[in-house]
Write a protein that binds this ligand. Structure first.
Ligand code: MN
Length: 310
């Protein structure tokens, strides 16, 4: 795994030379400030802030937000000087780092009736949505390395992730990170059901992965023929925790879950969306009653797309 400043810079779309230099400076600053500090895993602490910054860049955030990601633990954990951060990286970056530090003090204690107010407190304290994004990226890496944390802390952190962080990511319309956070927390929060769902879903997921690749190929060819251009596609397998939530409503019958695998087609205009739907339905027979038009009727978090099952 490479972790140079340039590996980070090339992930930030359209970055100016001046900002790239600033990212390089923040990289060196963070490396220096965390020198000699290790994570529970034994790896250098710097790896954590680097991975956090990378995730922020992949979310498509600005250079300043990525820089704040590199610096997010420098005041709290290493006592870096606020004045120095302001001088070298500007008032805005200092504001973001301070915001992340403040958020770190909000703790989930396991009283479930407070969960809703905790989410609200979290969003209110952050003041700026970028602070929340940094915190989500920070939490994602902490969850990926949760197995190294002392056992008595694991469950609290996983519960907090499930009850506070994942729902906030969902509210922001960040579906992929919602699923990732839930899947990382799942085995710690409810080990028995995690194992149960894994055993049910894994064979299905493997089989679906194969047919999806085939369908994808056919579809791309057909869209070209129909002159639908600038198409971006990807496919995903449903996250384990999301399968679990559905299984609970379907008597744990895996064959009643139709969206274990999904193909996503992104096109430039709304009318293209409906044309793609037409192409899909002419190639494969749709399942009756499973077409959902979230373009005409958006979901509460603003999500818009068309779903169909074939
Ligand atoms: Mn951190």
């Amino acid at each position: 795994m490479s972790s140079t400043a340039d590996d980070l810079i090339k992930r930030i779309d359209g970055i100016s030379k001046k900002d790239a230099d600033l990212v390089r400076q923040a990289y060196d600053f963070a490396k220096d400030v965390h020198k000699g500090t290790a994570r529970y895993s034994g790896e250098p602490y710097f790896n954590h802030v680097f991975e956090t910054a990378k995730t922020i860049a992949d979310f498509g955030m600005s250079p300043k937000t990525v820089i704040a990601g590199l610096l997010h633990d420098s005041i709290e954990d290493e006592g870096a000087s606020k004045d120095e951060i302001r001088e070298r990286f500007g008032e805005e970056t200092l504001f973001l780092v301070n915001g992340v530090t403040k958020l770190g003090k909000i703790r989930f204690r396991g009283a479930e009736r407070h969960v809703g107010s905790l989410q609200k407190l979290f969003l209110a304290t952050s003041q700026d949505i970028r602070v929340v994004i940094i915190k989500l990226a920070d939490r994602l890496h902490n969850m990926k390395t949760l197995s190294y944390i002392p056992e008595e802390k694991q469950k609290r952190i996983a519960m907090e992730t499930m009850e506070v962080y994942a729902p906030i990511a969902h509210r922001l319309g960040m579906g992929r990170i919602t699923g990732e956070l839930q899947d990382l927390a799942f085995p710690y929060v409810d080990h028995m059901n995690y194992e149960k769902v894994k055993a049910l879903a894994e064979p299905k997921r493997r089989e679906k992965n194969y047919s999806l690749a085939k369908i994808h190929k056919i579809l791309i060819k057909e869209l070209k023929k129909e002159k639908i251009h600038n198409v971006v596609t990807d496919y995903r397998l449903k996250h384990l925790y999301s399968i679990y939530e559905k299984l609970k409503r379907k008597d744990f019958d895996i064959d009643r879950i139709y969206d274990i695998s999904a193909l996503r087609i992104l096109v430039p205009t709304v009318s293209d969306c409906y044309r793609v739907l037409g192409v899909v339905h002419s190639l494969w027979r749709p399942l009756p009653g499973r077409i959902k038009d979230y373009i005409a009727v958006p979901q509460p978090n603003g999500y818009q797309s068309i779903h169909t099952t074939i």
